[in-house]
Design a protein around this ligand. Structure first.
Ligand code: COA
Length: 376
């Protein structure tokens, strides 16, 4: 069995960003318009009036101050309230693949080896742009990679499921190096007309190269991270759901319904996912002979500040500092599968050889994945 290492990571950040104040202004203008348009029905009690959103609430409930997006103007136009992303001809690279390729190029540069040494590409994300051909195959072609590629979707947990799949491919000898990308245009699945959730998500892409330990440098800059152990868990729940899918057009009455975008029972998610993930981390650590309280850093899925802090407390057994429990929610918001990889990518350069940390993601399904890593 071949051991796997995380050899390099990459990050693509869109150049447009929306502050809470801007988002709230757009929502509140939409709400005023909606209430005026539906004045009679609201007075008759058949339609509920919309209440304004608040930037203070958003920051307190989620820790989010801003989010990067692929298109700002559409989201902030009260008459549109969604990103404006024109379709591209089939001859042009798809937008999701373009983001993934940008992140992948950075990872490949940092890796320092040619893309041709990669044997497989996984596109692991919450929302694929189309049914087929796979986004991963388009990324593979754009980078001139041989071998095979496919898409996988485990919602916010997609990246850790992708890392484990890559590590398993390496263990079994299916590939010597695997590129795993997480392009997320979460703004496309977000209902910007829903006050309870319009602030949650942002857009980004991340990339991870996993390679066989026996061909990676053992020391120095390019040595990467030993993958000490990976574990996945799923448990069905309707509390985070998105019913968008190819059968929607077979039931036209449902097209445009709120459940064709992201919906959640936020409080139930909080109550059920925090214990599930905390216990999983602690048990997995024990099985690997790792004391969780001695981890140098947690790179958790960026769900919201309260969930992340509570999981951090339960795992480390103390109030973690921001240095121990990395938070990038304030500028990126929840970026689904990419969140834990952004955190890892941005906050790992101070690790000395032998120091250990945890990449962990969790989300819809429910699903959760843990990847313990040690700096080589
Ligand atoms: N602006 C102002 N007030 C708002 C608001 C907004 N945008 N959205 C909700 N509120 C109000 C509600 O109307 C409610 O008011 P009430 O008490 O008078 O009825 C109050 O704030 C609390 O609403 P609630 O939806 O219960 O908020 P919450 O405190 O549970 O926080 C989440 C909402 C989503 C941040 C929280 O449930 C959470 O952290 N959930 C975890 C799930 C998660 O992060 N999932 C992401 C995918 S993994």
């Amino acid at each position: 069995m071949h051991q796997a290492v995380i050899a390099a990571t990459g990050l693509y950040t869109p150049d447009q960003s929306i502050s809470n104040a801007e988002l709230v202004e757009a929502f509140n203008a939409y709400a005023v318009r909606f209430n005026a348009d539906n004045g009679a029905a609201i007075a008759a009690g058949t339609v509920e009036a919309l209440t304004p959103s608040s930037a203070e609430f958003i920051e307190k409930a989620s820790g989010i101050r801003a989010r990067f997006v692929m298109n700002k103007s559409g989201i902030l136009d009260p008459a549109v309230m969604r990103p404006s992303i024109p379709e591209r001809p089939n001859e042009e690279i798809s937008i999701l693949a373009e983001m993934a390729v940008a992140a992948a190029r950075q990872a490949i540069d940092r890796w320092g080896k040619p893309a041709s040494e990669i044997g497989a590409v996984l596109c692991a994300a919450s929302n694929m742009q189309r049914a087929y051909p796979a986004m991963a195959i388009e990324v593979q072609q754009a980078l001139g990679i041989e071998g095979f590629a496919f898409d996988m979707n485990v919602a916010c947990s997609s990246a850790t499921f992708g890392i484990k799949t890559a590590a398993d491919f390496i263990a079994s000898g299916s590939a010597k190096a695997v590129l795993m990308v997480n392009p997320e245009i979460c703004s496309g699945h977000l209902n910007f007309r829903d006050r309870d959730s319009h602030f949650i998500f942002g857009d980004v892409a991340t990339a991870v190269i996993v390679e066989a330990a026996d061909q990676a440098p053992k020391t120095g800059e390019g040595a990467g991270w030993d993958i000490l152990g990976t574990r996945l868990k799923t448990q069905f729940s309707n509390n985070i759901r998105n019913n968008f899918g190819f059968l929607n057009h077979c039931a036209p009455e449902g097209v445009g319904a709120k459940d064709k975008l992201f919906v959640q029972e936020g409080r139930k998610v909080f109550r059920e996912v925090v214990p599930m993930v905390s216990e999983m981390i602690v048990t997995h650590a024990a099985d690997l002979g790792i004391d969780p309280t001695g981890l140098k850093r947690l790179w958790l899925h960026q769900a919201n500040i309260n969930m992340n802090e509570m999981i951090g407390r339960r795992v480390l057994g103390r109030d973690p500092t921001r240095d121990e429990n990395v938070i990038i929610l304030d500028t990126y918001a929840n970026t689904s599968s990419a969140g834990s990889i952004i955190a890892f990518h941005r906050a790992n350069s101070d690790f000395a050889a032998g120091e250990t940390g945890l990449i962990c993601s969790f989300g819809a399904g429910y699903s959760a994945g843990t990847v313990f890593v040690r700096k080589r």
